[in-house]
Design a protein around this ligand. Structure first.
Ligand code: RM4
Ligand code: MN
Ligand code: MN
Length: 395
């Protein structure tokens, strides 16, 4: 590793921040059941505490994504409580996630429900979420909809599209100049015939229909098998419409596995497209990098640290791509040379350089080891065990 490579890595990591999900610290499971962990967070206080532990060891996770129903069950009335927890733990509230899929009213949809009173209720909840975000100085409101249908002929797809456009426009009118609406897509589940926002094209069309403060959110687990995700990322960047990511990995469906655990090269290629865009345009892409993982079997905090460390390694490797050599090889159609530029960067062991970067910032060189020796897990296990989980989960 040359000095200039180490500097490139340091520069890249200096500006790479990752948001943690509050729901990733609580007891979640599969649709078949949950294996409860004695150390899992039950309260929002505990979620902030766990996030602070991850941030303290990694130094790059200053924000916590919040789910309105789970973390602010009383809506705006809980804002003060969240504010004081954020101050106490040194973790700022991150993206605000409305919940439009658990309420019994949403059986046939939320923004796309044929019943106008249910649509109004859904928009009302989303507007409350925008207000909560404003009170918490959170920038992004992440919109994920379970809306869809299970059988052919049972839903008017074009009519639902119109309702979505209408409702997104209404919601967008509430968004102030510092906020953004991030529209997430997902091909299937819980709906198994059609999903109202099934792919990036639909999310892009809806974001454009909503208004200028709306962008697309790419959840890396929300694609069909073998989909070229980095091409989607490149297109959204070119269109100025990439707002953020939900990091996770998948083997089969929306598995919510650890980022890069199945296909690290895929994550590397996504990061490469972003960094290539930034160096070509001389601009910084305004992207919110967020984790959306629920660890069923792994220890929650340990898995979160592992994810952050892994994301940093893949980002650092992507930062090693020599864009000048790559552009020249692409222009001359030197295929093997061009591909090798990526492979060489991907094959580089960046861990010593990252450890150095951490040491230089007063962080533990190996956050996972540091966590295992911190005594935090033993402390919270003793404090938290013996209680029964009262939190709901979507899984
Ligand atoms: C979805 C999607 C959303 C998350 C919900 C609970 O699959 O990934 O981001 O909020 O799950
Ligand atoms: Mn997601
Ligand atoms: Mn998901």
């Amino acid at each position: 590793m040359t000095v200039s490579q180490a500097e490139r890595i340091a520069r890249a990591l200096d500006s790479f921040r990752i948001e943690l999900p509050s729901w990733g610290f609580s007891n979640t499971g599969t649709r078949f059941g949950k294996y409860l962990q004695p150390a899992a967070a039950l309260t929002i206080d505990e979620k902030f505490s766990d996030a602070a532990e991850v941030h303290q060891l990694t130094g790059v996770c200053p924000t916590l994504a919040l789910h309105v129903l789970w973390d602010l069950p009383n809506g705006a009335a809980d804002v003060e409580r969240i504010r004081s927890l954020a101050a106490r733990h040194g973790i700022a509230p991150g993206s605000i996630n409305p919940n439009l899929f658990e309420d019994q009213h949403y059986k046939f949809g939320s923004f796309g429900n044929p019943d106008s009173s249910v649509r109004a209720r859904a928009v009302g909840h989303a507007r409350d979420s925008v207000a909560i975000a404003r009170h918490l100085s959170s920038r992004d409101i992440v919109l994920w909809f379970a809306d869809g249908s299970n059988y052919p002929g049972t839903a008017n797809i074009r009519q639902r599209k119109r309702w979505f456009e209408e409702n997104l426009r209404t919601l967008h009118a509430d968004v102030d100049a510092h906020q953004r609406l991030l529209v997430e897509y997902k091909p299937f589940e819980p709906a198994f015939y059609h999903t109202d926002i099934a792919d990036w094209g639909m999310a892009l069309a809806f974001a454009r229909a909503a208004g200028p403060r709306a962008r697309v959110l790419v959840d890396t687990g929300h694609h069909y098998q073998s989909q070229n995700i980095e091409q989607i990322v490149a297109w959204l960047l070119a269109e100025g419409m990439l707002g953020g990511f939900h990091f996770n990995d998948r083997r089969y469906a929306d598995d919510d596995l650890t980022l890069g655990s199945i296909d690290p090269y895929q994550v590397f290629r996504i990061f490469h497209e972003i960094l290539f865009f930034e160096s070509e345009t001389g601009t910084r892409a305004d992207i919110a990098y967020m984790i959306d993982q629920s660890h069923n079997l792994k220890g929650k905090i340990e898995a979160m640290i592992q994810t952050v460390v892994h994301a940093q390694e893949l980002y650092a490797r992507a930062a090693l791509v020599d864009h000048n050599v790559l552009a020249a090889a692409q222009a001359r159609c030197e295929l093997v040379r061009a591909e090798s530029v990526l492979r060489d960067a991907f094959s580089t062991d960046v861990r010593p350089a990252i450890a150095e970067w951490r040491r230089g910032r007063g962080l533990p060189a190996d956050p996972l080891e540091a966590f295992r020796h911190s005594g935090y897990l033993e402390r919270i296990t003793a404090l938290r065990s013996g209680r029964t989980s009262a939190t709901s989960s979507y899984a």
